[in-house]
Design a protein around this ligand. Structure first.
Ligand SMILES: C[S@@+](CC[C@H](N)C(=O)[O-])C[C@H]1O[C@@H](n2cnc3c(N)ncnc32)[C@H](O)[C@@H]1O
Length: 255
């Protein structure tokens, strides 16, 4: 498993925070005892979950040691668990299982979502946000650049071209185990600064596992070709900033 670069990820921290808060705002649980943040990363949002429910036992779970290292800066009173969500089971059923921008890194959603619903107490909530912009040029240009190079075969297994299914797929999975389901999509218009901000954005996420499998020379060639495609798709605005439309899927299921 490749590791994360927390500094690169936090570069657009405020843009990445907003969907996390939008998801949190739709959870209507008064005083939960047990809250899990799955794929908690640097723990910023886990700290906010703890602020919202100070009396709850809040645990952040992540498989990346380098992301978890930064949780030292977060509010104390949060528990941290270094573990892989592919095999994760809670110690006790939870009132809130929350996951922002993480589950698209896992395969087998048809088993994963029912397993996560199992981890929720009756009356509790599973709340998930995942990106849904894999058809946008920021992402299709990655696939195009993979296919056009001598690295195509080597990189193919590390590409995640369609990690998130249609909303109705998730509705079918969770509704069987829920008393109510709230789902919505939002396209955020991120206003980004810098020369190649869309490239900087994907460098922290989808490009990461690919670059782990290229040498320096290949990485530079990949980046050049990808940057050219992205520059055409996302030209700078009159003030020099770049608008990045970013669609996300939200699921809040009450058991
Ligand atoms: C895009 S970051 C999101 C971090 C945080 N939830 C946020 O919104 O800022 C995705 C996180 O999911 C974690 N992750 C990916 N696959 C995982 C797995 N199989 N088990 C546990 N964590 C995983 C990564 O280590 C990373 O910290």
């Amino acid at each position: 498993m490749t590791d994360w670069n927390p500094a690169q990820y936090l570069r657009y921290g405020s843009e990445r925070l907003r969907p996390a808060l939008d998801l949190m705002s739709r959870i209507q649980v008064e005083s939960p005892e047990t809250v899990y943040d799955l794929g908690c990363g640097t723990g910023t949002i886990t700290g906010i979950l703890k602020e919202r429910w100070p009396d709850a036992k809040v645990t952040g779970v992540d498989s990346s040691a380098s992301m978890l290292e930064l949780t030292q800066d977060v509010e104390t009173g949060v528990y941290w668990q270094h573990s892989d969500l592919n095999h994760w089971q809670p110690e006790n059923a939870a009132d809130v299982v929350y996951s922002n921008a993480a589950l698209h890194w896992l395969d087998g959603h048809e088993q994963l979502f029912p397993r996560l619903m199992e981890a929720v107490k009756p009356g509790g909530v599973l709340a998930v946000q995942m990106p849904e912009n894999f058809g946008a040029p920021s992402h299709t240009s990655i696939a195009d650049t993979v296919r056009e190079g001598a690295w195509a075969e080597r990189l193919a297994p590390f590409q995640r071209e369609h990690p998130v299914a249609e909303p109705a797929f998730y509705y079918d999975l969770v509704s069987q185990m829920s008393s109510s389901v709230d789902m919505w999509e939002t396209t955020y218009m991120h206003i980004l600064e810098g020369e190649d901000p869309v490239v900087e954005w994907t460098k922290a996420t989808m490009l990461r596992p690919l670059f782990d499998n290229l040498n320096d020379e290949e990485e530079a060639a990949f980046l050049k070709s990808y940057t050219e495609k992205v520059a055409k798709a996302y030209p700078h605005s009159a003030d020099g900033k770049t608008v990045l439309p970013f669609k996300r899927l939200f699921i809040v299921a009450v058991k």
